[in-house]
Design a protein around this ligand. Sequence first.
Ligand code: ZN
Length: 168
Amino acid sequence: MKHYKFCPMCAAPLSEVRPDRFECSLACGFVNYDNPTPVAAVVVEYEGKVVLAHNRSWKGAFNGLITGFVDHAEGAAECAVREVKEELDLEASPPTLIGVYPFERMNQIIIGYHVTASGPITLNEELDSFILVPPEDCLVWPAGTGYVLRDWLRGQGIEPDMIQMPKR
Ligand SMILES: [Zn+2]
């Protein structure tokens, strides 16, 4: 995994004091904890269907949830509403928490929400297409955001099929 080479406080080299734990080599006391980054992932229910979108940077045909990094001093639910507005141009209902999931490969914590939304969908520049899938036809995938969708579907009394994650 990539890591900082120099102390962001005093610019001295960082030293690896144990695997994946980097600390300032001088006395300033900086420790790079490398905490997971919180990401909101949103199941957007739209006219009774789930919005799954394709990110422009993804090579495969995979469609996923609406996601985004929680901003500085922002709440995760607030982030969910903001991302739905930014990425789909929809006003979301107050978010309901589905669950919190590790996504170790990306060093992220996925915070899953459900919202309902209506109105015309306009994608922003991050997304290039979307599909509307009836809940009973949704497939899920074995990664943080896939577990969000799975657990929301289970709450609807649906046990979805799990697909393999395509390589990106
Ligand atoms: Zn330092």
